[in-house]
Design a protein. Structure first.
Lengths: 113, 230
């Protein structure tokens, strides 16, 4: 059973894309299609990214040195670009986690406390 | 009969139009497209429907192009800039060849004992004909090419049009200067420096015009981007 995708504001999608991709790649290398599938799976189908838009994000992350890509043929004989986290990417993920934890904490206090 | 490989090939051509995306970037998107197609195989769709749905999920080529443009802006400008340069070189070439026709025509006119008026008329025909030939040839070529390359066509046409207009506008300036140059024209050797500096003048105009067109188009694109899309 898959939930209906939720329409999120563009800014929120853009802001959360990098920490989300960093988090997914922290568990091992992956490629575009699999990253998107993982996002869908983690959100129970409520987070739906525009598929082609992931690659410019990956490209930007590559330029920042947070991830590196290597092109290999997959088992199905499909040429794929696999992305892997760098030490700088791991540090960046740590910073993102702190920032999002803080935001989460403050928002919870403001709304419920 | 729908042919999936041919459809994918056509889709690739649309994406690579005007060099916005590199081959590696398109390869990556194609692998993704084929993954979606595999994913959809369990659904009760025809091969053609599967392709259409997969391509739609990946995003419209124009939209993808815009996204990639943000990360590699130079890719978008490489091809149109190339055609603007070709346009400038083409106009320059046509006019340089026609400029050679001025002293040659003068030689013929002198042999036929025609008046100086005939020579002047010939010079005007050449000055006006150059830009018209350059412009007409570009328009004819654009009819074939422009449909799939709107940016390149625009860049090429603007360069040639601006160059042609400048050249036409410069006829009243070049005319009297040419007349002055012809005063020292040596019929026996047929030597004249006129075409050399005329060409240099046109080259100067063209460089200024090309830079102007590029700056204008860039400014417009930049301004268009400021307007938030709904």
């Amino acid at each position: 059973m898959r939930a209906e995708p939720i329409d999120l504001p563009k800014d929120l999608v853009a802001a959360s894309a990098v920490p989300l991709v960093l988090g997914i790649l922290a568990r091992g290398e992956s490629y575009g299609y699999a990253i998107l599938s993982r996002v869908r799976e983690l959100s129970g189908g409520r987070l739906e990214w525009k598929e082609g838009m992931l690659y410019p994000v990956l490209h930007r992350m590559e330029q920042h040195g947070w991830i590196v890509a290597s092109v290999r043929d997959s088992d199905e004989g499909r040429r794929r670009r696999y992305y892997r986290l760098t030490p700088a990417g791991r540090r960046c993920l740590g910073e993102h986690r702190q920032q999002w934890a803080l935001m989460n904490h403050v928002l919870n206090l403001a709304w419920e406390g | 009969m729908f042919n999936q490989d041919r459809a994918v090939q056509k889709w690739r051509t649309t994406l690579s139009s005007e060099g916005r995306l590199t081959v590696e970037q398109i390869d990556e998107l194609e692998a993704h497209l084929r993954d979606i197609i595999d994913d959809l195989e369990t659904a009760a769709l025809t091969e053609e429907e599967t392709f259409v749905v997969a391509a739609h999920r990946l995003g419209h080529p124009a939209q993808l192009g815009e996204e990639y443009e943000k990360i590699t802006p130079f890719n978008t400008w490489r091809v149109p800039l190339f055609w603007a340069t070709v346009g400038a070189a083409w106009t320059l070439g046509v006019e340089a060849i026609l400029d050679l026709a001025v002293p040659l025509g003068t030689l013929v006119a002198a042999r036929l004992h025609l008046s100086l008026g005939w020579m002047k008329a010939w010079a005007v025909v050449v000055s006006v004909g150059g830009p018209i030939i350059a412009l007409a040839s570009v328009v004819a070529w654009m009819r074939v090419y422009s449909a799939s390359h709107p940016r390149s066509a625009k860049a090429l046409f603007s360069t040639v049009a601006v160059a042609a207009l400048l050249r036409l506008g410069s006829v009243p300036v070049i005319g009297p200067l040419s007349a002055a140059a012809w005063k020292g024209f040596d019929l026996r050797t047929g030597r004249s420096f006129q075409s050399v500096w005329q060409t240099a003048l046109v080259a100067g105009f063209l460089i200024v015009a090309s830079v102007g067109v590029v700056v204008l188009v860039r400014f417009r694109e930049h301004r268009n981007r400021q307007i938030p899309s709904s």
